[in-house]
Design a protein around this ligand. Sequence first.
Ligand SMILES: NC(=O)c1ccc[n+]([C@@H]2O[C@H](COP(=O)([O-])OP(=O)(O)OC[C@H]3O[C@@H](n4cnc5c(N)ncnc54)[C@H](OP(=O)(O)O)[C@@H]3O)[C@@H](O)[C@H]2O)c1
Length: 152
Amino acid sequence: MRFSEPAAGPRARAPVIGIVGCGRMGTALAETLAAQRRPLLLASRGGGSASALAERLPGARAGSLERVAREADILALASPLAAIHAEIAPRIRAHVAGKPVIDMSNPCGHDLLGHGSAAELIACMLPGGAVVRRSTASPRASSRAPRTTAPR
Ligand SMILES: NC(=O)c1ccc[n+]([C@@H]2O[C@H](COP(=O)([O-])OP(=O)(O)OC[C@H]3O[C@@H](n4cnc5c(N)ncnc54)[C@H](OP(=O)(O)O)[C@@H]3O)[C@@H](O)[C@H]2O)c1
């Protein structure tokens, strides 16, 4: 995945990319973006995986879910859809209005509650202009990151 540069002068700061979830997908995405020297903010459920990842990636910092949602310019959700639905969306909704939010989830087995896609479901939970887009990029899941939740 490669983000294009913003259409601004050379002194404009690089957009901060927030990643919620530092398991296999979040780690793979963070490693890819860190290699591109993107500033990263990382959050996870317990905080330990985010802190450990931030320690070894240049330009990455760990923070609370709310802080990452508030300070990031772009937010990628690399967590199970059930957790996004039940815990993450309610906690970040006040901070993501107007921001691009990238959904990386596979909705297998999850009740979409009548919505056509996971992205649509999340968009309904994040009102106020947040744009939710299903990620079509597939960073290779990191072999270093342990599975942290039960198989879905
Ligand atoms: N694995 C794949 O090949 C693959 C491919 C395509 C899409 N996906 C999708 O990508 C998403 C992540 O998959 P994964 O394989 O990376 O899962 P994973 O390895 O189990 O990692 C899940 C991450 O989400 C975090 N998390 C869980 N609940 C949270 C909460 N309430 N608040 C904040 N963070 C929370 C966990 O935090 P802790 O570290 O603190 O537990 C963990 O870092 C899933 O929706 C999956 O369907 C996976």
